[in-house]
Ligand binder design. Sequence first.
Ligand code: SF4
Length: 871
Amino acid sequence: MSHPSPIAASSLNVGGERYAFIDLPSRFGARVHQLPVVLRILLENVLRNTSGAEQDAAVAALFDWLERGSSEAELAFQPGRILMHDTTSTPALVDVAAMRDEVAEAGGDPSILNPVLPVDVSVDHSLAVEAYGRADAAVINMGHEIRRNGERYRFLRWAAGTLNHVRIHPPGTGIMHTINLEQLATVVTTQDLDGVRWAVPDTMIGTDSHTPMINGIGVLGWGVGGLEAETVLFGMPTMLRIPEVVGVKLTGRLRPGVTATDLALTVTHHLRELDVTGSFVEFYGPGVGGLSASERSVVANMAPEYGATTGFFPVDAATVDYLRMTGRSQASLELVEHYCRRNAMWFDPAAEPRYTRTLEIDLAGIAWHVAGPRRPQDLLNYGDTAAALAKVGFQPAQAGELPKHPVAIAAITSCTNTSDPGLLIAAGLLARKARSLGLSVPQWVKTSLAPGSPAAASYLRRAGLLDDLSAVGFDIVGFGCTTCIGNPGPLTEPIRQAQDRHASKAVAILSGNRNFPGRVHPDLELSFIMSPALVIAFGLAGDAERDLSRQPVQTTAAGKPVYLHDLWPQPEEVRAHLARALAAEDFGRDFAQASANPLWHDLEAPSTPRFPWSETSTALRRPPFASRSQGSQLGSYTAWPLMVLGDDVTTDHISPASAIPPDSLVADYLVARGEQRNDLNVFASRRGNWEVMMRAAFHNKTLRNLLAPEAPVAHTLHVPSGDVLPIWDVAERYRAAGEPVVVLAGERYGMGSSRDWAAKGQRLLGIRAVLAVSFERIHRSNLIGMGILPLMMPAEMHPARLMLLPGDRVQVDVPADALRPRASVPVHIIRKNGTTETFSVTAAVETQLECELLRHGGVIPSILRKTLANA
Ligand code: SF4
């Protein structure tokens, strides 16, 4: 925190404590109320962290924004903290370890390289559902997790012990965004500077696309790529263009029985239609007050699914109630309320600030919904799954005993829908009714319940619902991401056999947020997202085509049909159980107990300033790109296309997270180094090993490469020889010949998870630029972080229309000193027959800082050069 302008500072007395704060209303009067609340927070941030002409320009630009609701101006945002998970923190911390080696090898002290902001790491992404449907499932799954990931976890323990400001939350403490909501977020935080105690808004970034969940309790934060986080980690601000802010006005109240999940899916559908890509979304209007803060957080969580950077709900009494419910101190609640009221950050349901665009949603018009079977924005009424599956057009090759579309997985999973106690209590009550009628899940359905935090187990137990959930197959399998991140473990044998015989095309049912083909499980193309209670209902049905609005969920042993309305709990039942079950002391106590996980604390970890790499490790390798010698990839060159791709290429396509297939080339590589073919763990767990991850690049069955449509998975065409080879082999041949390569793609390149390995893998393949019709926000930033130039092609040059043929090449002309944000760049397609087509593309580069990073060759060489210059 730098010294703010004295004119802006006032003081606040709360509970006998005196706090200085940046006083927006005193300085700017009524004008500040015209700004959306998210921009008020940005305004406070620049006033606190910048000075002089930079501050004046940022303040002027924020108020100029009121004219048009948009701006071309950039400002420097300095978040207060960083949140990571184990699979994004491992590569980031591996980079830091490798950078320490570089500093030492250049003659410097490796200990000078340290994070300067608090970094919280949740170890949640590696938990897989091996055991399920039994009381000890969580213990068994935790044992497998520690065994498989021990080496990586020792590395994380080295980082926590050696690097400043790094805290690691061990396996079992919960899912990162739930931990953030229940434990880490302060909403208003305090900082001591020169003997003065300041009150400031709690702001953050996270290396996970669902970081905006914290916006549900009024904390401004969003997901960034791991590489952007590395810049912030070392004290640089994150630069952003002042965003467009889309206001979503909520009116009315949710009807009885309609859940926060139904609301989130509805918002996702409408905002995808509106196209809010890259915008901040802020909720306002009288309907907001009828939602609890945990319900708001469900909606905020799905910001990446609706394409927005944030889904912000300002602070009000419901926020304070949530903080109280989760055990925050009375003094902190008072500070939140006094600060927000005093500084124009307390929600006013009647206020109508200026927004770039607005959308109105009547909460009373929302019904029970599901989304899928391939995208979260494809909203359906819960009875319409059969119609949606009919469009898939699957015809069984032979008759089988299972339904045509059996439910393979019924998973209550994801921070999205397991952090709201109301959703879990409703699911438990539905299970209770099902149990009382003797219903159980068919044997082909794999069930799981993985709440966001151990406190959920306490309130479900106190409500007497854990036994009911267990009785219908939904035992707790652990407290981590599991199915939501694609770690559901193996499918049941009946499902595997039915799929192998093409007798069925199975479907996953989950309370997650994403359902792209292969996301949940590599052998499942189809998934529906829904509320936890509906997950149980579909799990009991066992058939994804069942129309639960008309057909029975199941029939009792006595032959009586049981319908969904027989099982669905009444709102007053949910409310009564919530009142009885929730206890503020659970949240802190259960988190502390889980943090003491002995399996974690028993792991031996080195404590040297430099990490001792092992030559034989298959989990951790010093990456070659963490080096000062990495140069800029800008310039004028003629490149071969390495891959030509279509629309909606996700980061899962580019760098998978799911289980490593035992019959893959990646598996061959690991087996040759002593690993067991049937116990290779998931790709995400190998992100500390660049040699594995380079081989994993574009390893996805559903990815179609227009350059070589018939090529096996993760193969492409080496044009000069005509050979179809593994992509990294082709890349190596081009590199050896000194031939540059690029990738061409359609719309929304890099959608999905914020996965820096999707960019790192491309850098290791030697890709200098990606030409796409559009980019998803975080992946675009990650490409730049790795020194790869993202270029936006006009829609008429979509790869499907460009008709690149083997032998065609792409000439790009971007000298380093000519690069500007959104610069026009000439591109020539040099056809094999000698003809040339020329068109202009736009550099998808937003800020001067990004230009500078590209000139350095990426974030890591930039940090290294600065560190060594200051050493
Ligand atoms: S959205 Fe899913 S994968 Fe991401 S943190 Fe939440 S549970 Fe984990």
